[in-house]
Design a binder for this molecule. Structure first.
Ligand code: PMP
Length: 333
């Protein structure tokens, strides 16, 4: 990505009218998709962040499993903070807030910007506000991982709300951005790392260090996918078309959630509460079923899901949803 392309990518996540971009406080580098952004962000922290005590990054329990290895690879220990409450199949909000409050000042904390993987559980705006309060009080560093912008609500701006709110309130942060899912470019590995610095001078220094790190590891990022993204971001018609496509994709997933919920609660009267299916967001859903039941679904019905009960909502469609609901009903009965 050239400089203007990187800035377009920054605008997509931080907002076209972001004062941080206008003030030159954002350092952006193209990365090997979201994974590369996480790696470069972690490497950057490992080299340059003034850790308060031990070199630790705090990640949600559970999280995308690769986070552990990514931090370990750069000499940072990844430790978890409470996030998911199996009782409510929702957010463990107070344990989360309390833990953030008791961590050492200036801790580095990874947050999923939207559509949390694997739970599909996101904080509400009000809860984000309270999380942000704790970050400011403690001087924590926010390491935002944004792999699914657009997939949660179908609206790119809406899904970037938490990141923009943290930037607006001057929480020190970086954002890992992936175009793998929202632009359907998984195989092209298009992503970016954006570090928001307190001043233009600091951002310039960050940029220079990021360039050195990226050069030593990948020399140059792949061009093809980045050109496609750039074409979309710089052409109003294509951009509008892409936004419509994202809405269609996310809308279909949301519709599958509604239908699954209806089938389980109204038609099959499956035991238990299934409201989490519609309360969760994005392409993943934590069903709340045990590893044994997950395994039974795979063995008896050839329904493939992770052992922790996570299903891909994107894998459901009008042809297979009833089959899934009926078999889920059978294993939980
Ligand atoms: N972060 C999270 C939370 C993810 O779920 C994923 C993809 N599974 C990534 C990062 C990596 O994304 P990419 O495919 O763009 O490397």
């Amino acid at each position: 990505m050239g400089a203007s392309r990187r800035q377009e990518a920054a605008k997509l996540i931080l907002g076209a009218d972001s004062p941080a971009i206008a003030e030159g406080r954002v350092s952006s580098v193209q990365t090997i998709s979201g994974t590369g952004a996480n790696h470069l962000g972690a490497l950057f922290l490992s080299r340059f962040y003034h850790f308060n005590g031990e070199k630790k990054a705090h990640i949600s329990d559970p999280t995308w499993i690769n986070h552990f290895a990514i931090f370990r690879n750069v000499g940072i220990e990844a430790v978890t903070y409470p996030y998911y409450d199996p009782q409510t199949i929702g957010l463990a909000f107070h344990p989360l807030l309390d833990t953030l409050d008791t961590l050492p000042d200036r801790s580095a904390i990874l947050l999923h910007a939207c559509a949390h993987n694997p739970t599909g559980v996101d904080p509400t705006r009000e809860q984000w506000g309270q999380i942000c309060d704790v970050f400011l009080k403690k001087g924590h560093y926010a390491f935002f991982d944004c792999a699914y912008q657009g997939f949660a609500s179908g609206d790119l701006d809406n899904d970037a709300w938490a990141v923009r709110e943290f930037v607006r309130r001057n929480v020190p942060l970086l954002v890992c951005q992936s175009f793998a899912k929202n632009a359907g470019l998984y195989g092209e590995r298009v992503g970016a790392l954006h570090v928001v610095a307190p001043s233009k001078e600091a951002a310039d220094r960050v940029k220079s260090q990021l360039s050195v790190l990226a050069r030593s590891e990948i020399s140059n990022p792949p061009a093809h996918g980045a050109r496609i993204v750039s074409l979309i971001l710089n052409n109003l018609d294509l951009f509008e078309e892409w936004k419509r496509d994202i809405k269609t994709m996310a809308g279909r997933i949301i519709q599958m959630r509604d239908e699954l919920h209806k089938l389980l609660t109204e038609e099959l009267k499956t035991p238990g509460n299934w409201d989490h299916i519609v309360n969760q967001i994005g392409m993943f859903s934590f069903t709340g079923i045990s590893p044994e039941k997950s395994q039974a679904l795979t063995e008896k019905a050839h329904i493939y899901l992770t052992q922790n009960g996570r299903i891909s909502m994107a894998g459901l469609n009008s042809h297979n949803i009833r089959y899934f609901a009926e078999n889920l009903d059978k294993v939980v009965r």
